[in-house]
Design a protein around this ligand. Sequence first.
Ligand SMILES: Cc1cc2nc3c(=O)[nH]c(=O)nc-3n(C[C@H](O)[C@H](O)[C@H](O)COP(=O)(O)OP(=O)(O)OC[C@H]3O[C@@H](n4cnc5c(N)ncnc54)[C@H](O)[C@@H]3O)c2cc1C
Ligand code: SF4
Ligand code: SF4
Length: 1023
Amino acid sequence: MIPALREINDVQALYLQFLKALKQAGFRGDTSPSYASRTVLATDNSIYQVLPQAVVYPRDVHDLQLLMELADREEFYKVVLSPRGGGTGTNGQSLTDGLVVDISRHMNRILEINPEECWVRVQTGVVKDQLNAALKPHGLFFAPELSTSNRATIGGMINTDASGQGSCVYGKTRDHVLELKTVLMGGALWQSHAIDDAELGEINEQSNRAGKIHRMVDGIERDKRALIDTKFPKLNRCLTGYDLAHIRDREKDGRFNLNNILCGSEGTLGFIAEAKLNLLKIPKCAALVNLNYDHFQDALKDAPDLMKAGPTSIETVDSKVLQLAMGDIVWDSVSEFFPQNERPVNGINLVEYTAESEEELDAALARFTAHVDSLIGQPGKSFGYTIARGHAQVNKIWGMRKRAVGLLGNVQGEQRPIPFVEDCAVPPENLADFIAEFRAALDEAGFAYGMFGHVDCGVLHVRPAIDMKDPEQAKQVRIITEKVVELAQKYNGLLWGEHGKGVRSEFAPAFFGELYPELQKIKAAFDPRNQLNPGKIATPSAASGLLKIDQVPTRGEYDRQIPVQVWDGYSDGVYCNGNGACFNWNPDDAMCPSYKGTRNRIHSPKGRASLIREWLRLLADRAVDPEAVARKSREQSFIIGLPGRIKNSLAKARGEYDFSHEVNESMQACLACKSCAGQCPIKVDVPTFRAKFLELYYSRYLRPLKDYFVGGLEFLMPHLARVPQLYNWPLKLKPVRWLLERGLGLADSPSLSATNLDRAMRELGVPYASRESLRTMGPAQRAKAVVIVQDAFTSYFDADVVADTLRLLKLLDFNPLVAPFRANGKPLHVHGFLRQFAQTAAGNSAMLNSLAESGVPLVGIDPSMTLTYRGEYKKLMGDKAPKVLLLQEWLAQHTDHLATNRNRLQRGSFTLLPHCTEQSNAAGSGRQWQEVFAALGMELSTQAAGCCGMAGTYGHEVANKETSRVIFQQSWEPKLSGDTSATLATGYSCRCQSKRFAGKNLRHPLQALLAQIEDSGFTVSTH
Ligand SMILES: Cc1cc2nc3c(=O)[nH]c(=O)nc-3n(C[C@H](O)[C@H](O)[C@H](O)COP(=O)(O)OP(=O)(O)OC[C@H]3O[C@@H](n4cnc5c(N)ncnc54)[C@H](O)[C@@H]3O)c2cc1C
Ligand code: SF4
Ligand code: SF4
């Protein structure tokens, strides 16, 4: 069995005292000194890993003020605080060995929208896409763009002065900030906006911290104006944090604006609690011209010429990014714009046009394409293009582009692209030459890399592929950075064009030169003792140093402690690079229901991946190989290990600490919905490593009884289904329900179907499939044959769906057969019964593969159970896993046949709420359902939806019931408020949950088709 992991890095006494004092002072938010919270917030998307002492989650401005008041007391002078938003920084900006102040959990409300005056007031934990979704009905948007828009917060954007695609037109975050409410050291709240000299004069008179700050900043602006003008490069991505060049906006009204010092300050000056932001009107029309090039360098060189045609933005991607996108879920939505011809595409420019009318857009496109057409065939020019039109199409391509950074982390092998020199900005006309030298340096050092970026403003993202576990390769971080700093300066550019400074603040003195001491004075005025995110941007005095890029602990240093064979065995989790795509804000996106339901980052794919890595490291520290322990425990009899498990469980009940309990708590809250496995750009697959963890955790501790019940359910069902009343009747009794809840921890257990599948099959004349019957089938029959693969949930709890599927297939002149029921094993896998899962999967595969030998396709009905064959089965047995199609995948191959019935059918219009596993692991499902419906002359629209919150038995577990309800309320409930007669759901779980929490009986898509067909007068022939 695994050992208890008791020795962890304890929280320092000073911080425990601080947390205690905070609570006593009336802090209303949450505080967590747990090792799990600290571990999960020890990383961002950078190469660094810094363990904080604790995490606090303020509820409101008052909480932030308390934090600053306490930190200003002498006894807590040594406490350091680092604000955190989405944690998507790429340079360790929010990492600290002190206290993390996570503003995103509670302070995420949109406070006021003023459409007439085009502004909004928000708490700074609001996510950028959340804001734009709320603004859309008003026809407005917050313009600064960034790839992490679905998880980065407004606070993070302000503090990194974020910008991205479209910045030539829309500028940076700073350009859209009207007012900031900042909590200063000591607890005072300061509201800043552009002010005239009279107001500045009054503030300068104040004796408080605000007065001191204003006097200092004003003085620097007056005294150093000439030096600032020469020192700050004239770039679209100007030198922010602290942006001395814009203390006064001399191009506009010349007013003094402290916001421009706060924007880009990376949490080193104060906590920004609220922001009033400027909004723009959403352009009515948009189009994207996707230009193909033979060489990436050609795409770069062509960009300045293309810019002359006045587009809104130009983005570039290289062939590596394109290749990675092809292997990703996103490809299905954009492939039509990137047709694969014989001529290889090695660079693409995405050129965007926006306009207020279609005529205006047409005219701009006509001018642009005429220009491009006239140059086609010339050396260094594009050799072809496609056009995406309308916001829906354009946003799909931007969606792919936004995933590019994440996708780069998914190259295979140990050398993976990492961020540290990824956002240099140079004048656009210098970009191609700068990149040529950059590439030469990487080629010389022998490192691969991927590239994409904003060519219109001279920013290119380059992530060299380095294995940070290898100390020799890790040394390259300094060597390459210094080379790139030199190159950036040579080409009049900056090392930090977009992603902020963080640990790379080491180079601030070199870039700011004689102005660096002025930054130090500003820091000292705000934070005299260097307590706010110390070591970044500037220090208040020469005595306290800036962080150094190779002196902050890296993730690689921790990861290399995990032995190679263990690392390889847990490859489904260890490569998480913290890009945060799993913190997706959108409730109608499948990723990740347990995070959305709890708002706790421990309960996210990143959280679980971080915990498993630390767990493996702690095991390695004790020389324990988890794979070997798992093998041994599989061989051991249940009885022999029992006394040990009882003893350890008693110790657990007494409250004895073991880090594995914290990991277990995080794993238990996972719905095993597999959205991470499909949607994470790195393909972090939590259910796979979760199952391995649970197997080992329960080699040391007793399992709950419910696990045995749920794991054995598939085997029990065929017996119970013979006399369903014997199962259903007691379920109606209160004492039985009470016992199930208290004893087994299961709530609202569903009843067995009244429909008996065997009987229904006999009535329909549908036989069971056998190897023999399939082999001896005549060619005509075989051409129309299909084997329906049963799963326990649909066959026994929702047998009508199977019967209706068979009936429909007969009506459509197919020849359906049904595979004899065998347990699939998914519930066993979910609960970590891996030995039993392997046995079940082997038996089931043997049966299904023997049926598949005939060439007749195997098709499953329930998405989640069917996808197990290409997920868990494939991982276990590789190509020997049976190939089972989803219904829509198979039907979409027969649209010609379906269309022969078209003219005889009633028309109908339906809406599909997709199953989360299906939409994230079987790209194209929605489209295939639409093709099937269209072939039969019916309309089907797919409505974006997140997880329903049920996921097999998760929602039935008492411990999860409330979170399950919250998840349901976030996405599904609002869609079921009206008439749902035309609303369809493919998942058994989804239909079950809709009935349970909304009282709505949704139909399976095939049931809707069946009703249309039967209403059209079709009848089944039973021969
Ligand atoms: C895949 C990927 C793509 C990216 N693409 C872009 C891009 O296109 N453009 C771009 O600009 N950036 C990009 N970034 C970088 C990053 O997403 C941005 O810097 C973003 O603005 C950070 O927001 P966040 O909420 O995650 O902030 P965090 O990372 O949590 O924090 C960033 C900094 O802000 C400070 N901070 C956060 N909230 C507050 C607050 N309320 N008060 C005071 N200080 C605060 C933190 O201390 C920290 O210093 C990308 C990152 C990744 C991983
Ligand atoms: S789990 Fe995936 S999506 Fe989430 S942070 Fe890790 S790599 Fe990114
Ligand atoms: S399986 Fe689902 S609930 Fe679990 S971590 Fe992945 S996305 Fe989240």
